[in-house]
Design a protein around this ligand. Structure first.
Ligand SMILES: Nc1ncnc2c1ncn2[C@@H]1O[C@H](COP(=O)(O)OP(=O)(O)OP(=O)(O)O)[C@@H](O)[C@H]1O
Ligand SMILES: [Mg+2]
Length: 457
C-alpha cells in the first residue's frame, strides 16, 4: 500500500512526506531495532521509552514512514491513537489477503501450542504465526502485518488479560478457527478474581466465530467444555476424555521427560514422539493436531510436523547442560500455579534418580487465594521429592517455603531475599549431577538467575 492509501485507511494526516505514493512493502515494527527496510515504524509510548524519540533512527534503518501521534521531523502518518490506527490497518490488510485465521487463547501454553501448530501448518502452506508472545492489541496487528497475499495460514496467539480483550482482538482479526486451551488462574486478579471470570473472558474467542467456523475445545477442562454453548461454530473436541475426537493413547515419557503416544484423529492414527519436555505437552500437541485436523490436514502430515517440532520460544523449560554435569532448566519466563505444577513434574521426570533443586519465586496476580496457592506449590515440591528448595522473596514465597517444610519429606528449605541471593546460594549449593529448576513470574526477574547458573552472562 502507498502512504496515501494507508492514510485513507487510518484517517492519518501526512507530515513531512515528500512522496505520498511511496509504497510500504515490509512489515511494521514498534521497536526501531526491528524495522525492516520498506516497512512502517509505529511510535508508541511504553512505560520506559517513547517511540517518537526513535523516529529518526527508524527511518535511517529503512522505515518508509512513522505512524505517530505528532509530527516527528521525518515522514509521518499522524493519527490520534497509534494503536487504534495500527489495528485499522491490520483489519484492512487482512480483508485484502484473506488467509485462514486461527485464533488461540488459554491461561497457559498459548505460545508453546502456537509454535507447535505453526510447525505443523507451515509444512502444508505458507504460515505466519505470532512472534514471541506478541498477543495483545499491539502485537496482534504487528503479526497480521507480517502476512501477505501468499500467506495461507495466520496463527494468532490472543491474550486475555481483561474482559473485552478478546472481543477487541477478534474484531481486528476475525478467526475462522478458535482454539481454547484451558482456564486457569493466570491474571485471575485482573479479571474479577474467580475462574468463572477467566472463563467468561476467554470464551469471547468462540463467541466471535462465524457459523461456518470451528471451535476447537479442550474436552478435559470443564470451563472450556462449557464454552460449547457460547458459539455458533461447529465444535471439535480434543483431550483425554472419551468425547474427544482428537486424543492420545498410551502416553509414556522417555528419559528426557519427552512424551510419546498414539495420536487418534478422525482421519486415522499415527505415532508421536515429541521433542518438547513434560507430559503437559501432550495436551498442547493434541490442540495443535485438532486444529490441523479440522483444517483438513492428513494425520500423517500432522504427525510429521509434531514429531519434527522443536521449542521455538526461550525461557519455557529451556534446558542447559553444564560441563560439570549440572542440568539447568530455565522456566523463568513466567509462572502461575498450573505452569509451576507442570514444570515441577517435568523436572522430576527428567531427573530420574538425580538430586533436584527448585529455585522458586512468587507467582503474580493470584488474588486473595495467593498465599494458599503458593503453599500448595510448596507442598508439591516436598511431595515430588525435591532435594532442595530455595524460595526467593518475602511474602508469598515464604508461605511456599513454610508449606514445603511442614510437608516434611526431607526437602532442605532455604529462603533468600532476592534474585542476587538466589544466584549466590544456588551457585554454592549445586553439585555435579544436580537438576536445577528456576521459575517465578516474569517481574521477579529470575531469568537472570537461570542465566547465571547456566554459565551465560
Ligand atoms: N498445557 C500446559 N499446562 C501447564 N503448563 C504449561 C502448559 N503449556 C505450557 N506450560 C508452561 O506454562 C508456561 C508458559 O508457557 P507459554 O509461554 O506457552 O504460555 P502462554 O499462555 O503463551 O503464556 P503468556 O500468557 O505469558 O503469553 C511455561 O512455563 C510452560 O512450560
Ligand atoms: Mg505467550
Amino acid at each position: 500500500m502507498t502512504l496515501r492509501e494507508i492514510a485513507g485507511v487510518t484517517g492519518a494526516r501526512l507530515a513531512d512526506v515528500r512522496d505520498p505514493e511511496a509504497p510500504v512493502t515490509a512489515p511494521s515494527a514498534v521497536d526501531s531495532r526491528e524495522v525492516a527496510p520498506g516497512g512502517l515504524f509505529a511510535a508508541t509510548a511504553g512505560a520506559r521509552v517513547d517511540g517518537h524519540d526513535y523516529a529518526e533512527r527508524a527511518v535511517a534503518a529503512g522505515a518508509v514512514a512513522v505512524l505517530a501521534s505528532r509530527p516527528v521531523g521525518v515522514p509521518a502518518l499522524v493519527v490520534e491513537d497509534v494503536q487504534v490506527a495500527l489495528g485499522l490497518l491490520a483489519r484492512h490488510v487482512l480483508g485484502r489477503i484473506g488467509p485462514v485465521v486461527i485464533g488461540l487463547t488459554g491461561s497457559v501454553g498459548k505460545t508453546t501450542t502456537k509454535d507447535l501448530l505453526a510447525q505443523v501448518l507451515e509444512r502444508h502452506g505458507a504460515t505466519v504465526a505470532t512472534d514471541r508472545s506478541f498477543n495483545n492489541e499491539l502485537g496482534l496487528p504487528l503479526t497480521v502485518l507480517r502476512a501477505d497475499a501468499a500467506t495461507r495460514y495466520l496463527v494468532l496467539e490472543m491474550g486475555a488479560g481483561r474482559k473485552g480483550d478478546l472481543t477487541y482482538l477478534t474484531g481486528l482479526a476475525p478467526p475462522r478457527v478458535g482454539l481454547v486451551l484451558n482456564v486457569g488462574s493466570a491474571h485471575v486478579e485482573r479479571m474479577g478474581g474467580g475462574l468463572a471470570d477467566v472463563a467468561q473472558a476467554k470464551g469471547e474467542l468462540v463467541e466471535a466465530l462465524p457459523p461456518d467456523g470451528i471451535a476447537v475445545l479442550n474436552a478435559d477442562d470443564p470451563y472450556v467444555a462449557a464454552m460449547e454453548g457460547r458459539t455458533r461454530a461447529g465444535v471439535v473436541w480434543y483431550g483425554r476424555s472419551a468425547r474427544a475426537s482428537v486424543r492420545a493413547e498410551g502416553v509414556r515419557l522417555d528419559d528426557r521427560a519427552r512424551a510419546a503416544f498414539e495420536l487418534v484423529t478422525p482421519s486415522g492414527r499415527a505415532a508421536i514422539g515429541l521433542g518438547l519436555m513434560g507430559e503437559h505437552q501432550v495436551g498442547n500437541a493434541l490442540a495443535a493436531a485438532a486444529v490441523a485436523s479440522a483444517l483438513g490436514l492428513d494425520v500423517t502430515d500432522i504427525a510429521g510436523g509434531l514429531n519434527a517440532a522443536r521449542r521455538r520460544s526461550g525461557g519455557r523449560l529451556e534446558i542447559a547442560e553444564r560441563p560439570d554435569g549440572v542440568t539447568v532448566v530455565n522456566d523463568a519466563y513466567n509462572a502461575n500455579p498450573e505452569s509451576m505444577r507442570a514444570g515441577l513434574r517435568a523436572v522430576r521426570a527428567l531427573a530420574g534418580g538425580r538430586r533436584t533443586v527448585a529455585v522458586l519465586g512468587a507467582m503474580g496476580q493470584q488474588a486473595e487465594a495467593s498465599r494458599a496457592r503458593h503453599a500448595e506449590i510448596g507442598a508439591l515440591v516436598a511431595e515430588l521429592g525435591f532435594g532442595v528448595l530455595i524460595a526467593v522473596g518475602e511474602g508469598d514465597p515464604r508461605a511456599l517455603a513454610d508449606a514445603a517444610r511442614a510437608a516434611g519429606q526431607g526437602v532442605a528449605v532455604h529462603t533468600v531475599a532476592d534474585v542476587a541471593g538466589a544466584i549466590g546460594l544456588a551457585g554454592a549449593l549445586l553439585e555435579p549431577g544436580d537438576v536445577v529448576f528456576v521459575k517465578a513470574s516474569s517481574e521477579i526477574g529470575l531469568s537472570a538467575c537461570a542465566r547465571a547458573l547456566s554459565g551465560a552472562s
